[in-house]
Design a protein around this ligand. Sequence first.
Ligand code: PHE
Length: 328
Amino acid sequence: MTSSENIIKDLRNDLAQASTEHAIAQVKSKYLGNKSYVSEQLRLLPTLSPDKRVEMGRELNVLKNQIENSITTAREELVAAQQFPVKDISLPGVGFPQAYGHMHPASRVLQETYKIFADLGFAVVDSSEIETDWYNFEALNMPATHPAREMQDTFYIKNNGKLDVLPRTHTSGMQVRFMEANKPPFKIIVPGRVFRNEDEDVTHIWAFHQIEGLVVGEGVSMAQLKGTLLHVVQGILGPEVDIRFRPSYFPYTEPSVELDCRYKGQWLELGGAGMINPIVLKNGGIDPEKYTGFAFGWGAERIAAIKYGLDDLRELWRPRFEFLEQFV
Ligand code: PHE
């Protein structure tokens, strides 16, 4: 037999499912309408004996009131929920694209490059973006009047009337700093931001990232320099890529070369390199009779541009999601 308690339980379940005014009305007719249990029992009352009739009548009244109260409460809750919808504050902000972040293409190339060098046993060394004139130029065999300074348009900082500190123009300033503080043999890379007073165009930005490499030891050779660079460039751009050296000039390397890579049928310039000039080794407190070394430096943005086929380096540092989202 259907007891009042079971009916109330079913009613509660039905009301919990009813999320509209219409659905509540349907629940109401199910429990109080003509064909409902309550109505059927009420119709039977006259057939019962007087005692039973009173008892049953009271029970049915209580049940009917409970049903009506539950329905009223459900209606009130529905109205309240419509006026003050419950907000799930853990949901993403309305109006913002529900996208995941991802690494910036320049950072990705840097991370890949660190990994390849680390596998070759290179340490990644931190450095300062502000450098002294001594380490940035002078210790690298570029005295104040040296024309090679012209290659790197410099933002100088006035320091008590002197121009002896500057936002570094290249990461090569770390060469002599590191030599002074460490005994060879060593293999390091120094990634970091450098600054040049450039007119910006599609291949030049006033601040960009370089990766300096420095290897010093006994018998370090030009062949090792080329082998190392080939391995790294192929690791970043693919095994089909070739490299070449073009004769060049840097006061701190002898001989000096420009490093190009052949990518998708084109020779592209990556950076400079060479065998460390003995004068620089001496400035770093290293005996050039005993040790030799090589150094190289290239631009991280340029590698990213080659790898991702960018025709304008400046895009990398513009806050345009349409551009950056291509690199997810
Ligand atoms: N410092 C040079 C530049 O910024 C690159 C370089 C690094 C060349 C090390 C030779 C050796 O262009």
